[in-house]
Write a protein that binds this ligand. Structure first.
Ligand SMILES: O=c1ccn([C@@H]2O[C@H](COP(=O)(O)OP(=O)(O)O[C@H]3O[C@H](CO)[C@@H](O)[C@H](O)[C@H]3O)[C@@H](O)[C@H]2O)c(=O)[nH]1
Ligand SMILES: [Mn+2]
Length: 400
């Protein structure tokens, strides 16, 4: 036991905020005094004071809610380096979902970068599968993913060999590491090669986008011939299958393309509908106990993210304690000093840490790991009861 405590998977520590609390308590006292003053002299001033009183009461109420949310802020620290020493069983599998809807507004090269950043995370490749849902039913998106997988076979080993931090190539390749003294000649050579290969990939996708069809719509691509975006049957294609042919860092996870059935008379429910199909299809193919969803305009900026999540999900005594782990969104290329509040500092830094001290954040949409069980509509107490939970029966399908 002593060993386990000295090797934590995660720690939740309270943040000190005595000064902030004193400040908030003073403000609350002043606000309540103002309301009492308004009430006492209401009859001398009439309607305007009543209006002011109502507005200030509403302000005090919402302000109190916010203050109480951030009253007990906490930090969560994870220790992925302890994972193997604390979790003796095999690491669990994770199905990673990417949703895209329109190759015009969401250029395929962006989706490709999201997918590459996911395929390259530091986690056993045979435990990962990436499913891309394409609501645009676009041959170009499919073609780009086929090309992306070819590049992934170089990109994933490169990232793991050099412990690359940001594994979306368009961000990583922006910096020129040649000038740093630590770069040795082997790295320089590999870096030049990977940059050239990535430029080649971009070029291929760009040229394919210029044509009315990215390639001959025959063979694998035949299903896209004469297809109508909002009126077509389901298309499911296994782009890449992890077959244990390579070893360790050379391995690339499964990559599956899905364009769900759409009919004009039936509402498709946008991302929610796509997520529904993704969970059903992945449930039949790999049925990982954990799922991650990422929008196609996001990428993973920490290769340890799956291991960090496992620290929080596996490190609990009871699995019903945590249903999901939600990561905040950050944005690159923001304006200096963030004049429009795009980085959502208040939401993430103040309210987010406050919520971490309570029960944890709410579900934001993208960047969230769920236990598969929790989205199947089963009460936590019944999740492991096979009699009540036939949906969780394991289905094994051999990928062909
Ligand atoms: O018919 C659709 C429409 C959208 N999407 C995808 O859904 C995601 C989010 O859609 P977007 O229009 O980009 O919404 P945002 O407001 O940018 O996204 C935020 O808000 C959404 C809903 O409020 C959440 O689902 C997202 O995760 C969250 O990032 C994107 O990957 C889209 O490709 C589909 O798959 N099918
Ligand atoms: Mn978006």
């Amino acid at each position: 036991m002593a060993n386990e405590i000295s090797l934590p998977l995660y720690l939740r520590t309270a943040r000190k905020n005595t000064i902030q609390r004193a400040f908030d308590a003073t403000l609350l006292f002043l606000l309540v005094s103002l309301l009492v003053y308004r009430l006492l002299f209401l009859k001398n001033h009439g309607f305007v004071w009543l209006l002011a009183f109502l507005c200030e009461s509403w302000f005090t109420f919402t302000w109190s809610l916010i203050v109480s949310t951030k009253w007990n802020p906490a930090e969560i620290q994870t220790y992925p380096e302890n994972l193997e020493r604390r979790w003796f069983a095999e690491l669990p599998a994770v199905d990673m979902f990417v949703t895209t809807a329109d190759p015009g507004r969401e250029p395929p090269i962006m989706t490709v970068n999201t997918v590459l950043s996911l395929l390259a995370v530091d986690y056993p490749a045979d435990k990962l599968a990436c499913y891309v849902s394409d609501d645009g039913c676009s041959a170009l998106t499919f073609h780009s993913l086929v090309e992306a997988l070819r590049f992934a076979k170089l990109w994933v080993p490169f990232c793991k060999k050099y412990n690359v931090q940001v594994r979306a190539p368009f961000r990583y390749l922006l910096a020129d590491p040649m000038s740093t003294s630590s770069a040795n000649s082997e790295f320089k050579q590999d870096w030049k090669k990977i940059k050239a290969d990535y430029e080649q990939l971009c070029l291929k996708i760009k040229e394919a986008g210029r044509e009315s069809a990215p390639c001959d719509l025959t063979g694998e691509f035949g299903v896209f011939a004469n297809i109508e975006t909002g009126n077509h049957p389901s298309i499911i294609k296994i782009i890449g299958e992890h077959k244990h042919e390579t070893e360790g860092d050379e391995e690339v996870p499964h990559l599956v393309y899905i364009s769900r059935e759409k009919r004009p008379k039936y509402p498709h429910h946008f991302k929610a509908g796509a997520m529904n199909v993704l969970s059903r299809v992945s449930g039949l193919m790999t049925n990982a106990p954990f799922i991650l969803n990422v929008d196609c305009d996001m990428f993973v900026n920490d290769p340890q993210v799956v291991r960090r999540t496992m620290c929080q999900l596996l490190g609990r005594e009871n699995e019903t304690d945590v249903a999901f782990v939600q990561y905040p969104q950050c944005f690159y290329n923001g304006l200096k000093d963030d004049p429009y509040g795009n980085q959502m500092i208040v939401l993430i830094e103040y309210l987010g840490h406050g919520l971490a001290g309570l029960q944890g954040p709410s579900y934001f949409g993208t960047g969230c790991f769920h236990r598969r069980k929790v989205i199947y509509g089963v009460w936590p107490d019944h999740a492991n009861d096979p009699a009540r939970n036939h949906t969780l029966t394991k289905v094994m399908i051999i990928l062909t």
